[in-house]
Write a protein that binds this ligand. Structure first.
Ligand code: OGA
Ligand code: NI
Length: 386
């Protein structure tokens, strides 16, 4: 029986998927897809009933071992779930309560690299409207969507599918509208009308939450409460409105490859349909959506500056027969040329004789160059190890 939690389940399927026959012109398929400017949703609108070959998620021995290996939650009987941190009262000046919250954040970041937050202060109606706005954007007439489609990721507002389309061995089953909201937000009229208001409102709310979280994360690291903020960890924010259309053959592809985020921190809102999994102790653990809850995950950059005190968690999204699945990821890191050229490395207060630096100094720019060159799947911190 096929399980939704496995990507490819039998050797036959693997062989079928891996065979590259001479009549298959991958480049043309990619180009036609890109030229359509309508994303995966465009394929659904055209009534496809099979996953096109360019999406088959079988590329390298690494992937094969991952795909058929024991890292699926389907094999693990695991009832584990990511930690939850209730943020009630963090502004009340109650030191005992705050220390408890900081302790929970520390445990979550050291052991998991991800946690969910409740009572985070963003009203439920704003969360709901952000999901609705994302849905409206991706479901509006393809002619209107196309106007925003680009591979120029320096644009403040960009609609795209598969950011690494031509570099990855396989495409993924999702589309994204990205809006760079900080430090210099786009003009209101540059934002798509169907989600303009909520993008502005949600980004304000999420920036305030990020500020609270960075203080808690600094305290959890045992450094000055404002340290991470002063480093510029939340100076830049990109809001990624993801759309995962229903997939006719979810076992053949993925919604998003296994990766760790190229941010200090990501705040994720996911709606109704599950599919997000995190790699924890070599097992894929499901992160089921819960109403009103936000997910905080530590990115690779915070792992680097925390000198491995915190984990930049690896995660992926499975494709699903049911859909669309919608999520909104807010990714925090510098985005200005100055911020991106600044030297970053393990925070001085976190290194000592007993705990020497694990990573060399680098910059966000250099970090991103490495990552793009090696595709999103590469273990992004390896080249920066001392
Ligand atoms: C991301 C990401 C997960 C999701 O944007 O980096 O991992 O649930 N998103 O969409
Ligand atoms: Ni991610």
């Amino acid at each position: 029986m096929k399980s939704l939690n496995m990507v490819v389940t039998s050797t036959d399927e693997l062989e079928a998927a891996a065979t590259v026959s001479s009549d298959y012109d991958r480049k043309s398929e990619l180009k036609a897809f890109d030229d359509s400017k309508a994303g995966v949703q465009g394929l659904i609108e055209n009534g496809i009933t099979k996953v096109p070959r360019m999406f088959y998620c079988v590329q390298s021995p690494n992937d094969l071992s991952d795909v058929v290996g024991l890292t699926s939650s389907a094999d693990s009987n695991s009832k584990l779930s990511i930690p939850t941190v209730d943020l009630t009262g963090i502004h009340d000046g109650d030191h005992v309560l705050r220390d408890e919250v900081v302790g929970r954040v520390r445990h979550a970041c050291e052991k998991w690299g991800i946690f969910q937050v409740t009572n985070h202060g963003i009203p439920t109606h704003v969360l709901d409207e952000m999901i609705q706005g994302t849905c409206r954007f991706h479901q509006q007439d393809a002619k209107v969507r196309k106007e925003y489609y680009t591979r120029d990721f320096s644009r403040k507002v960009a609609y795209f599918s598969n950011p690494f389309l031509y570099n990855e061995p396989s495409a993924i089953w999702s589309d994204t509208l990205s809006c760079v909201c900080a430090p210099h937000p786009p003009k209101a009229e540059e934002l798509p009308p169907v989600c303009r208001e909520v993008v502005i409102e949600y980004s304000k709310e999420v920036m305030a939450l990020a500020s609270d979280l960075l203080e808690l994360l600094s305290e959890a690291l045992g450094i000055n409460r404002f340290h991470l903020k002063e480093m510029g960890c939340a100076e830049g924010m990109s809001l990624l409105c993801h759309y995962y259309p229903p997939c006719p053959e979810p076992e053949l592809t993925l919604g998003t490859f296994k990766h760790s985020d190229s941010s200090f921190m990501t705040i994720l809102l996911q709606h109704q349909i599950g599919g997000l999994q995190v790699l924890h102790d070599n097992q894929w653990i499901d992160v089921p959506p819960m109403k009103g809850v936000l997910i905080v995950n530590i990115g690779a950059l915070l792992q680097l500056v925390s000198n491995d005190k915190f984990i930049g968690v690896e995660h992926r999204v499975l494709a699903n027969h049911i859909g669309p699945r919608i999520s909104v990821a807010c990714s925090f890191r510098s985005r200005t040329p100055e911020g991106m050229s600044k030297v970053i490395g393990p925070i001085k207060e976190l290194v000592s004789e007993e705990s020497p630096p694990i990573y060399k100094e680098t910059s966000i720019k250099e970090f991103l160059t490495h990552r793009t060159a090696n595709s999103i799947e590469a273990s992004s911190l390896q080249p920066f190890k001392l």
